[in-house]
Design a protein around this ligand. Sequence first.
Ligand code: PMP
Length: 438
Amino acid sequence: MSHVFARHSKTDLRRASIGKGTYLYDADGKEYFDGSGGAAVSCLGHGDPDVIAAIQAQVAQLAYAHTSFFTSEPAEELADRLVAEAPGALDKVYFVSGGSEAVEAALKLARQYFVEIGQPERRHFVARRQSYHGNTLGALATGGNVWRKQAFAPIMVETSLISPCYAYRGQDEGESAFDYGQRVANELEEELQRLGPETVIGFVAEPVVGATLGAVPPVEGYFKRIREICDQYGILLILDEVMCGMGRTGTLFAHEQEGITADIVTIAKGLGAGYQPIGAMMCTDSIHQAIAEGSGFFQHGHTYIGHPTACAAGNAVLKKLTGGLVQRCAVMGEKLQSALQSEFGQHPHIGDVRGRGLFRGLEIVEDRATKKPFDPAKGINKTIKQTAMSNGLACYPMGGTVDGRQGDHVLLAPPFILEDHHIDEIVTKLKTTFDVVL
Ligand code: PMP
């Protein structure tokens, strides 16, 4: 018996042994196409020689130096690169080791900012139902995943939750997509009025919703309206790009496509591309300055922040992403969408095929006409996952089992290096899976 604390103790986990390009191989040599890049992590695929070389060189030169004594060249270089690429005035980068840490840092920075500028009465966050922002207590509190939260609710900060922008299930008949977007964005204003806007710190949202809804992009105008409301009441807009960022949606930052700028942005997964655990929180210079010129100390930190080896990996990854891979993701993403649409667009149990770039979701329904989800007790998502694995496809089926999630979906987030024939492979393996399960 293994002494590894398995998170999914009731799931029969296979032992991963080798990663090569877009494939993973288990200890028995079985091949799996990495259809979701883990959880939208492996954007470069596996075994990238340039990233491996960068890590090896850095680990040999300087593996680690504590940030209360030192900065490091890879951290400075990576911050410069990110700032050069980021939209708006995101000017400062705070490195952490993953997505939850990035969100936690963002929440604490936002609160400390208001304390520093003399608005300590600001204490609420508003986020959205059916959302996920990480597993640490603060990040978990801002998520709307009822199932993950329920055991911890008594020890968590309460967060206000408004509707997500989820046109497939939210848009009324006869209502335009734009009007729908304005309607759900205006829920923020209603919530601010209820709480008292002067007590609110920020609004937290994923530009394109990943794991909880399955690659759901916002409708046009939604985030512009959200930005307006935030500006009107002096509230910070915190965008969580942990999953949808780093090129996944076809632009380096997902919110570039919304024509808005954010006050704080979190990134992770694709930044380390699976080679090193790294995440980052980016913020505007004015937020940073309030702390720099105020107390001079951000009251948050971890031992591994700004880890030189992790930053070296991030530099190697980012060079590749900005050197053409993000554009490739956009192009291949369109091809994946058409292939999925033409195979499953009329499938009686696929209600919606959506997403951006190589971030695509298929919503699984019992009835296509009424959009009725499957009975959660059926655990369709689990059966899809297991069957797809037997068929040699690792994909990310979620949802369906609990309150707070409205349906089952399959999330696809393959590596950006995939070729046309890999798209055929994904579609064929999914079809074989759906033929058995649905
Ligand atoms: N935010 C979002 C949007 C995520 O999808 C995730 C991970 N699925 C996180 C935060 C947390 O990231 P991590 O698992 O690296 O802590």
